[in-house]
Design a protein around this ligand. Sequence first.
Ligand SMILES: *[C@@H]1O[C@H](CO)[C@@H](O)[C@H](O)[C@H]1NC(C)=O
Ligand SMILES: *[C@@H]1O[C@H](CO)[C@@H](O)[C@H](O)[C@H]1NC(C)=O
Ligand SMILES: *[C@@H]1O[C@H](CO)[C@@H](O)[C@H](O)[C@H]1NC(C)=O
Ligand SMILES: *[C@@H]1O[C@H](CO)[C@@H](O)[C@H](O)[C@H]1NC(C)=O
Length: 417
Amino acid sequence: MLPRLPVCLLISLPVLLVQGSSSIKGSAPASPPPTPSPFGDPTWALGLKLYQSLRSDVSSVNTLFSPLLVASSLGALGTGASGTTASEFQDLLGVSSFAKHSSQTRELLSSALNSFVVSNLTSFHLHTSSAVFSKLVPAVSPAFVKDSKAKFRLQHQPLGKGDSKADLELLQGWVKEGLDGLEGAPLEGEIKAGAGALILVNAVHFKGLWEREFSDDSKDSRIFLGKKYTKVMMMHRAGFYRLYEDVANMVQVLEVPLWGGKASLVLLLPFHVEDLARLDKLLTLELLSKWLENANSTSVAVSLPKANITSTVSLQKHLLALGLTDAWDPKVADFSGVSAGGKGVLHLGNVLHWASMELAAHSGKEEADLEEENIEKPRLFYADHPFIILVKDNVTGALLLMGALDHVEGEPLHDEL
Ligand SMILES: *[C@@H]1O[C@H](CO)[C@@H](O)[C@H](O)[C@H]1NC(C)=O
Ligand SMILES: *[C@@H]1O[C@H](CO)[C@@H](O)[C@H](O)[C@H]1NC(C)=O
Ligand SMILES: *[C@@H]1O[C@H](CO)[C@@H](O)[C@H](O)[C@H]1NC(C)=O
Ligand SMILES: *[C@@H]1O[C@H](CO)[C@@H](O)[C@H](O)[C@H]1NC(C)=O
């Protein structure tokens, strides 16, 4: 069989021509066309800000959340807000910088969410549910419930009269059902929902299916140099992947496509073993865009740990720090579109997020196909130390998941080593 290389060479010729002509017009992006840029997308802007806020807590280990789910659920709730409460939601989603009207941002989020869900079972296995829980709220507007369900897959669920323990049990039961029986990581701290509280909850479980299967040998255990050193299983594959090596910032950027091309994983790995504090602080939309644009098809030998990342977070203090303030205050919050009665009836009680992701070797092909591409002198991408994970939708460009793998569960290595 012919190796893939000649095809690449053939393609690169027209590509050069296109580049040449586009430089005259100065408009078309450099080739090969990367997916839509993080700029102009509320999921990237909000995702990055939330990520950095979550990571500023130095005790956070294995962060994971879905910027798309958070943004779209907040977008839905924002439609039920009025006055300054509504403008805070709009500012948070960057409406003024991305779109002339908040309806444009909401359409964008709604279609990205739809694209995410319909890709289920092609590029990945996805379980997800979102709901707004209401505590002792007399009547929630049927129009709000209908609209937020249709556009943002946001259900409405009333909480009972019980105390905070009962509320948490109810929430956790709902999350488990939404994740198809998977137990989410426990929530730290308690939830206090007074009368009139709205609690926004997202749950997501994601397992990507690679375009090309990785090989995994169950006897091949290596050491992951994370928060604690552990013995883990690694999976490997050599082939052509989009790679960028930022020498100044000492980070490798790798894009691994998923089956069916609907989404891809982007991994950010420091050159050397270190915790992610430096990289977390470095991230900006500009830098991420530059990395994604500069990544080009390179022969790479990729090694990744097999791992499950789970994370449960309360986003309340982080959203507060990002400027969502009135919404939490029972006296000034205005959710008159959610329930009649206007100001002072409803307020936001919490925003909770359960997420889990499995890194495994499978591709989307029915039969395992370990065919190697004909590669020479591959670059090494050896992820035996912490890295950042982004999952982006290839069609809409939305940021589906963002997280950090600081630690992989496994047999601990003894201290003397
Ligand atoms: C994805 O497909 C699985 C299997 O059919 C199903 O259980 C799950 O609910 C689907 N996920 C979504 C988000 O629809
Ligand atoms: C994204 O989709 C385009 C068009 O379907 C496809 O050519 C490209 O290979 C996809 N990219 C990835 C990373 O899968
Ligand atoms: C890919 O990028 C690297 C560094 O950014 C560059 O040296 C190389 O020439 C590029 N290859 C192609 C085919 O554009
Ligand atoms: C991750 O969890 C799944 C079950 O959800 C399990 O089958 C798999 O073995 C786990 N992987 C690792 C590396 O622990």
